[in-house]
Design a protein around this ligand. Structure first.
Ligand SMILES: C[S@@+](CC[C@H](N)C(=O)[O-])C[C@H]1O[C@@H](n2cnc3c(N)ncnc32)[C@H](O)[C@@H]1O
Length: 250
């Protein structure tokens, strides 16, 4: 029997208890949390060193960001809840079996996926240790900790499992070589798997997203790999987030 309290309506009404979960995790009161939520994106951007070499990206997310990404993502999920809800609708349509949530952030998609009838297990991966600890705590508080395991990277998981579903939302622009990341996913997908991807290779009009990669050659390599190795599957929910199956070798 799957857990209640993780439906799309639950997300729209309280983000799966997000404010309470986050205040308790950060050991601050609601007023302090609300103050930090107002400046989440600016606080994250201000940690960015400006000139960002490709090789620095993992170090940035793993060692420098701290709890700033929790605040930024919480603010985004609460303030743009109808957009996030559409990504959850998409996930509800496609997610089955073993689900990988790669770069899963504050765990919204992993938590929602764990409650879906056709999902067996969710593998949450994120480089940021604070994000991982927060998601472990949330999963426990929401009663789904046996359905979600939390990991730093794919290495330890792919020895055990191939995936029926990959969720990789708002992550590819944070990775120095997203084409390579697509190939890694491909290697660990089951033949009839579905992958949900979106991307935003843009630093923003006013450099609001200095941590996004936007090199034109890197983007071209990404699209070439996507078009060579994956076939798009139509869905009616969001035009920015796409569903793919692995290209069959003929
Ligand atoms: C913009 S957030 C997106 C979070 C979540 N997918 C969502 O839609 O809310 C990007 C996440 O990717 C994680 N990340 C960045 N590079 C990563 C990598 N190489 N491996 C795993 N996670 C990574 C960051 O720590 C961050 O939590």
């Amino acid at each position: 029997m799957k857990k209640l309290g993780l439906s799309i309506d639950d997300f729209l009404s309280h983000g799966f208890n997000l404010r309470a979960n986050l205040a308790s995790f950060l050991e601050i009161n609601q007023q302090e949390l609300d103050n930090r939520l107002k400046t989440g994106l600016q606080d994250l951007a201000s940690l960015h060193p400006g000139g960002f070499k490709n090789s620095d990206a993992s170090e940035f997310y793993e060692d420098k960001v701290g709890d700033a990404h929790l605040i930024d993502l919480a603010s985004w999920h609460l303030n743009s809840s109808t957009y996030i809800a559409d990504t959850l609708r998409l996930q509800e349509k496609f997610a089955t079996g073993h689900v990988l949530d790669f770069g899963g952030g504050i765990g919204t998609h992993a938590l929602a996926a764990s409650a879906l009838e056709n999902v067996e297990h969710v593998w949450f991966v994120d480089l940021n240790p604070q994000n991982r600890n927060f998601v472990k705590q949330r999963a426990k508080e929401l009663g789904v900790d046996e359905l979600i395991s939390v990991h730093r990277d794919l290495d330890s998981i792919v020895e055990m499992v191939s995936f029926d579903t990959v969720i990789c939302l708002d992550v590819l622009e944070h990775i120095a070589d997203p084409s390579r990341q697509l190939k890694i996913f491909l290697k660990h997908l089951k033949p009839n798997a579905i992958a949900l991807f979106n991307w935003y290779f843009y630093k923003g009009e006013n450099n609001q997203y200095p941590f996004h990669f936007d090199d034109p050659l890197m983007i071209e390599r990404f699209f070439l790999t996507l078009q060579k190795d994956f076939v798009e599957v139509f869905h009616p929910f969001l035009i920015t987030t796409r569903a793919y199956k692995p290209m069959k070798k003929i």
